[in-house]
Design a protein around this ligand. Structure first.
Ligand code: ADP
Ligand code: TRP
Length: 324
């Protein structure tokens, strides 16, 4: 089984990315042949500063390794190291109805939020399909927001197979983890870089604590019992700890009077759980920051391995469509 996923180097990783994408991907490296890439072409649809893009690519490579990606098991590479992906995207574009792209929520959302409606943003799902199909991926672990893009990918692969012959492309499956499908942000909406409501994956103790303390809660006083339904603090705490600890937090929300606990108390518990959980990641990150040659080497080797696979698929596709 071949597993593939990409993350955009478009900003500092947050815990939504970690639980929704990074952690499931890293865990899957033991279950098949994993290909993970740094989606730098995609990041260009939302950012234009060259230095920042370079920096983000480096940071994301470090994040993957710090979160447990083992280069002996999984191949990690930079999307633009295999520029041929654009050729497959073009081929897919020729079978891609406009309506399919027009229906994509991600495009519509981004335009509504004020991003320029340029061609790259619109055509993004075709490039994403190429990312996946170029490596004959079977399984694609992603967050729920990418579900529709996976449907587009399957649709396009099917169209190519119908038109140019069964077996031209492998039709992949999405893997969406339901319990972490949408990690809520500080305001209770989906945590997202673009909403400014994130808790970063790594950072200083003060900075992280401060951001956790900003989680929006009800205005109940310490001595009042507090509602638990819809609580962002509890939803996040669930990601870090076991059922018993979550149950204790839920029970304590019901305490009142002298026994009552304030939101600061619950947030502090969440912060401590966060801090413990990511200690190893922080340490590994620091070590890698001081060993950038190693990181570069891993990425370069990854590109070599990725090209071995992509060239086979591209040859097959070129022959099928009549380019060779
Ligand atoms: P952002 O919304 O912060 O820009 P991306 O769109 O770059 O994040 O997402 C990178 C990966 O992380 C995708 O697989 C996406 O589904 C996942 N992801 C992002 N935010 C969340 C979230 N709040 N909960 C779960 N998964 C998420
Ligand atoms: N679109 C994905 C995101 O925004 C990133 C991505 C690009 C991706 N190409 C991919 C994910 C291929 C999985 C497979 O998060």
């Amino acid at each position: 089984m071949r597993i593939l996923t990409g993350l955009q180097p478009s900003g500092k990783l947050h815990i939504g990315n970690y639980f929704g994408a990074m952690d499931p991907a890293v865990k899957l490296q033991d279950q098949g042949e994993a290909f993970y890439f740094l989606a730098d072409y995609h990041a260009m649809t939302s950012m234009t500063d060259p230095a920042t893009l370079r920096e983000n690519v480096k940071d994301l490579a470090i994040d993957f390794l710090a979160c447990g990606l083992d280069p002996e098991k999984a191949t990690i590479f930079r999307q633009s190291d295999i520029p041929e992906v654009n050729e497959l995207a073009w081929i897919l574009s020729t079978v891609c109805p406009m309506g399919l792209l027009q229906r994509c929520h991600s495009y519509k959302d981004k335009v509504e939020r004020g991003l320029d409606a340029n061609h790259a943003l619109f055509a993004y799902p075709a490039l994403m399909a190429a990312d996946i199909l170029l490596y004959d991926a079977n399984l694609v672990p992603v967050g729920k927001d990418q579900k529709q893009h996976l449907e587009v990918t399957r649709d396009l692969a099917g169209k190519v197979n119908d038109k140019f012959g069964e077996g031209t492309l492998v039709v992949p499956e999405a893997q969406i983890k339901e319990n972490t499908a949408v990690v809520p942000g500080l305001d209770g909406q989906k945590m997202s870089k673009s909403y400014g409501n994130t808790i970063p994956l790594t950072g200083g103790k003060k900075e992280i604590r401060k951001s956790i303390m900003k989680i929006i809660t009800t205005t109940h006083e310490v001595e009042e019992a507090k509602p638990t339904d819809g609580s962002t603090v509890i939803a996040l705490y669930k990601l870090f700890t076991d059922e018993a600890a979550v149950q204790t937090m839920i029970d304590e929300h019901g305490h009142s009077g002298e026994e009552g606990k304030g939101y600061g108390h619950f947030k502090q518990q969440l912060f401590e759980a966060y801090w413990d959980k990511f200690t190893a990641v922080r340490e590994k990150r620091e070590e890698l920051e001081n060993n950038l040659d190693y990181v570069q080497e891993v990425i370069a080797k990854g590109a070599e391995k990725a090209r071995e696979e992509s060239s086979k698929v591209l040859d097959r596709v070129r022959a099928a469509v009549g380019l060779r």
